[in-house]
Ligand binder design. Structure first.
Ligand code: HEC
Ligand code: HEC
Ligand code: HEC
Ligand code: HEC
Length: 446
């Protein structure tokens, strides 16, 4: 009976595929959606076909694991299974990250033991553990959340989140050749996470060339209409002018790296000419939030001629240097993704990368800046600053206060009321008020 029903189903499928054949030949959509659904891209990327495969649960409802076995397994991930394209992708974890993740996953399972570790695995795990002192289960938990393992593995108490950038306009963002090369061997674009500070990273699925072709053609037609932009060929004089503007006036290098200079909050732009479509570069500089609604990139006001120059300059950057590496999550404290609108969340999401989570001036990006970001928690210094100066600095950037141009202007990213709230939050961080002469009612309690 089962057999007969199968045969009947095959007949229907054959008939359907005959009638659908012309449409399928024109675009490989049905195949692509099935492949992407099975691989589980939607676990991290909004707007992708829903995940259709499952991965073993790893929390209290999952199996019990041997730490040394986990340490070995996570070095590479798994190949595709026979029955489904689903697989465990390779996050290119370093030893300390693997030690921490293994400690965390091993600490939670309660079922039967999944697999015993071999002696060689035990030896390798023991020496890696000795070399990574603070790679404990607590750190593993934060790495598990930051990398969004829960996007595929159910884990009680750790929710899945959209850890990757939206891909619904990927065809307008990147160049086709770059996309195929990236899918074949993903590398860090945003070295500390698609949402800066979360540490999320694109894992390597070790896709076959036909899988790459299917996925790349699916993504390349996902486009949005953008005004076209043709980069101008820059004279040596114009190149020098753009370099000087970026060094001394604009705030772009506070967040972006070009060559060996600049921060790591946004994508490395050294190879933007090979990676990005010029119209995307122009749209991002003209109006970042309109182009990528969730971004913390500041809209930096500048004259139209400067904007055209900088856009041409960035859209023609090419570099043969190796792609940037992800920052090790064992050495950088991972931030929880924050979506709230209140001043503390806005500060954590946008300012803490440079100014530090509690305003000590020691954010993870500070080491890539030529100037130490202001310590907003420094009571003595902050007591000398008026609310008006702080407001102007947040609104117009460091330059208008005669301070570092790497402090971005946020006046076109936040409303006036939000900027005022941020000033209020700086006063919480320093536990101080401005000079008494600057306050409307000297001595009034705040
Ligand atoms: C565990 C989470 C995760 C999964 C699963 C995942 N991605 Fe990603 N992906 C990311 C993150 C994070 C980034 C951003 C990495 C960066 O900027 O360095 C990214 C970046 C990308 C990019 C480049 C976007 C850009 O232009 O910056 C593409 C394309 C992409 N992913 C495709 C896929 C496809 C196709 C799949 C399924 C086979 C997939 N991803 C599965 C997390 C994930
Ligand atoms: C895109 C989906 C996806 C993501 C994201 C993912 N995994 Fe997996 N993982 C799988 C699949 C599918 C399997 C099963 C592989 C198989 O059956 O061969 C698996 C298997 C595993 C296993 C072996 C389980 C077993 O019982 O055999 C471990 C351990 C594991 N993953 C840990 C992790 C960790 C840690 C992370 C985050 C760093 C992670 N996974 C992220 C899909 C994923
Ligand atoms: C506060 C930090 C910040 C500042 C300042 C900033 N950016 Fe960005 N920028 C980002 C982030 C974060 C993204 C990534 C958005 C996303 O997720 O796609 C980005 C994206 C971009 C992109 C698109 C890159 C891509 O891979 O899609 C370009 C081009 C760009 N920025 C140029 C600039 C220029 C030029 C300036 C100065 C005028 C600037 N940015 C200032 C944070 C910043
Ligand atoms: C890319 C790194 C970076 C980011 C992101 C950043 N800042 Fe700054 N900020 C700096 C640097 C660098 C300085 C200037 C230090 C100097 O020149 O003395 C500064 C200075 C300031 C000042 C001036 C303080 C004074 O001396 O009067 C204020 C206020 C300020 N930042 C607030 C913020 C707020 C609020 C945010 C988030 C909305 C933020 N910053 C985001 C790097 C950054």
């Amino acid at each position: 009976m089962q057999h007969g029903r199968d045969r009947c189903r095959y007949a229907i499928l054959a008939l359907l595929s005959l009638t659908w054949w012309p449409a399928r030949a024109a675009s490989q959509m049905p195949d692509a959606a099935a492949l992407i659904g099975a691989l589980g891209c939607a676990g991290c990327h909004a707007g992708m076909p829903a995940r259709t495969s499952t991965a073993p649960p790893l929390g209290p409802t999952g199996a019990r694991y041997d730490e040394a076995w986990l340490f070995a397994y996570m070095a590479r991930g798994s190949g595709p299974r026979d029955s489904s394209p689903a697989r465990m992708p390779d996050f290119r974890l370093d030893d300390a990250e693997r030690v921490a993740l293994a400690a965390f996953v091993a600490s939670t399972g309660t079922g039967s033991l999944r697999a015993p570790a071999t002696d060689a695995q035990k030896t390798a795990h023991r020496s890696a553990r000795a070399a990574s002192k603070n790679a404990e289960a607590g750190l593993g938990r934060r790495i598990f959340a930051g990398l969004n393992c829960a996007g595929c593995h159910v884990h009680q108490g750790i929710s899945a989140w959209s850890a990757g950038p939206g891909l619904s306009t990927e065809g307008s963002r990147v160049q086709p050749a770059w996309l195929s090369a990236y899918l074949a061997r993903p590398h860090a674009v945003r070295p500390y996470g698609a949402y800066p500070g979360t540490g999320s990273r694109m894992p390597d699925f070790r896709l076959t060339s036909s899988e790459i072709a299917t996925i790349a053609s699916y993504l390349s037609v996902r486009r949005v209409a953008l005004p076209s932009f043709t980069p101008r060929a820059l004279s040596p004089f114009a190149e020098a002018k753009a370099t000087a503007l970026l060094r001394d006036e604009l705030s772009c290098l506070g967040c972006h790296r070009i060559g060996s200079d600049g921060g790591k909050i946004g994508p490395d732009l050294s190879n933007a000419g090979a990676r990005l479509q010029p119209a995307w570069v122009a749209a991002m500089i003209r109006d970042p939030r309109h182009t990528v609604p969730s971004t913390i990139m500041a809209r930096v006001p500048m004259p139209a001629t400067t904007q055209e120059l900088i856009t041409s300059y960035i859209a023609s950057r090419r570099s043969s240097a190796p792609a940037p590496a992800s920052l090790s999550l064992a050495q950088h404290p991972v931030l929880e993704p924050r979506y709230g609108d209140g001043a503390p969340d806005a500060y954590a999401r946008t300012c803490s990368h440079c100014h530090g989570a509690s305003g000590e001036g020691d954010g993870w990006n500070a080491r890539y800046l030529p100037v130490q970001p202001t310590a907003h928690a420094d009571k003595a210094y902050m007591s000398t600053r008026t609310d008006g100066a702080l407001l102007d600095g947040i609104h117009g950037g460091g330059r208008i206060l005669n301070r570092s141009n790497r402090m971005p202007p946020f006046g076109e990213s936040f409303t006036r009321a939000q900027v005022r709230e941020l000033v209020g939050y700086l006063r919480v961080l320093c536990d101080c008020a401005g000079p008494s002469w600057s306050r409307p009612q000297a001595g009034a309690s705040r």
